[in-house]
Design a protein around this ligand. Structure first.
Ligand code: Q46
Ligand code: ZN
Length: 290
C-alpha cells in the first residue's frame, strides 16, 4: 500500500495492534495488513451503546474467528463500571466526546500493556478531510500541526498510524464487498452532535461539484502545509507526568479518562434512547445520580 511506504508507517518486524470497531474501515485495514504479511492482532472496545455495540462486537469476533486472528476485548461496563451513554449523561457533553476520550485511552493502554509497538486505526480519506475542515474552520494550529498519518511513540504513548488515509469510504466498502467481509453497516445511534458528519456532508457536496477536491484538500495539506507546521504543536513540549489514578501520561493531576470514570461509574446505567437529545442528558444525570 502506497501510504504505508510513503509515510514509513510499518515494518514487517513490528507488533501491530489494530483498533477494530466491526465497521468497514477497521475490518478492511486489518484484512489488508494481514494480507500484506504483517503480524496484526485486533482490539475491540465494548462501548455499551445498546444493540449497536452488541452487533459491532459480533462482526469483529466473526472476522477474527474466520481469519484465525487474535482479538483482544475490553468492556467499558464490565471493566470500568460505565458505558458511553452513561458517560455522556455524567459529563453533560455530546456522547462522542466521552466516547473518543475512552477509546483513545484504552487503545493506548492496550498497546502499551500488550507490548505492541504500533497502534493502527482505520481512519480513511473522508474522515481525515472532515477533521481537517473542522480544524481549518477554527484555525486550530495545535490540532493542525498534529494531524498527521503517523505519530511517533513518545512519553508512554505508542506509535499511531493510519494506513487508509489515501483511500475513500467508498473504496473501503468496495474492498469489503470484494473480500466478502461482513461488516456493520448501521451508523452509531448516538452520533448526533458529531460535527464531523456535517463536515463530511459539506465536503461531499463540494466533491460533487468539483471532483477530486476532497483528496486535494487533504493530501495537499500533508504535502504543502504540514511541513510548515512541524514543531508548532505544544503537545510534545508540555511536561507530562503520570496520572495519579491510573499512571497514564497526562498534563493534569488525573487523566481525562479517570475523570470520566470518576463521574460515570457513580451513576446508574443510562439507556441509549435517553441520550438521543442533548438536553435529556442534564435531567438524566440528576435522576440517575445515586
Ligand atoms: S461510536 Fe462513539 Fe463514534 Fe458513536 S459515540 Fe460518537 S465516537 S459516533 S466513531
Ligand atoms: Zn488516569
Amino acid at each position: 500500500m502506497k501510504a504505508i511506504e510513503k509515510f514509513d508507517m510499518l515494518h514487517v518486524t513490528d507488533r501491530v495492534l489494530v483498533a477494530v470497531s466491526g465497521g468497514k474501515d477497521s475490518l478492511a485495514v486489518w484484512d489488508l495488513l494481514t494480507e500484506l504479511g504483517y503480524q496484526a492482532d485486533g482490539l475491540y472496545v465494548g462501548l455499551g451503546i445498546g444493540e449497536y455495540s452488541d452487533t459491532s462486537g459480533a462482526h469483529a469476533r466473526r472476522f477474527a474467528d474466520e481469519h484465525g486472528l487474535k482479538l483482544i476485548e475490553v468492556s467499558l461496563r464490565d471493566e470500568y463500571g460505565y458505558d458511553v451513554p452513561t458517560a455522556a449523561a455524567a459529563t453533560n457533553r455530546v456522547p462522542c466526546s466521552a466516547c473518543g476520550i475512552s477509546k483513545r485511552h484504552l487503545f493506548d493502554k492496550a498497546a502499551i500493556d500488550g507490548g505492541y509497538n504500533v497502534l493502527v486505526t482505520g481512519h480513511n480519506l473522508d474522515d481525515e478531510a472532515a477533521v481537517l475542515l473542522g480544524n481549518t474552520l477554527r484555525w486550530d494550529i495545535e490540532y493542525l500541526a498534529r494531524q498527521l498519518p503517523v505519530l511517533p511513540a513518545r512519553d508512554g504513548f505508542p506509535k499511531k498510524v493510519k494506513p487508509l488515509v489515501r483511500l475513500t469510504e467508498r473504496e473501503m466498502a468496495a474492498w469489503c464487498i470484494v473480500r466478502g467481509i461482513d461488516y456493520l453497516v448501521d451508523e452509531c445511534p448516538i452520533a448526533a452532535g458529531n460535527k464531523h458528519l456535517a463536515y463530511k456532508a459539506v465536503l461531499n457536496s463540494v466533491e460533487h461539484e468539483s471532483p477530486g477536491s476532497k483528496a486535494a484538500f487533504y493530501l495537499n495539506f500533508l504535502e504543502n502545509m504540514s511541513p510548515l507546521l512541524a514543531g508548532m504543536s505544544v503537545a510534545g513540549k508540555d511536561s507530562l507526568h503520570s496520572c495519579a489514578t491510573c499512571g497514564a501520561p497526562t498534563t493534569g493531576e488525573n487523566c481525562a479518562f479517570c475523570s470520566i470514570v470518576g463521574k460515570a461509574a457513580a451513576l446508574d446505567p443510562v439507556p441509549v434512547e435517553c441520550v438521543l437529545g442533548k438536553s435529556v442528558g442534564k435531567s438524566l444525570s440528576k435522576r440517575a445520580r445515586r
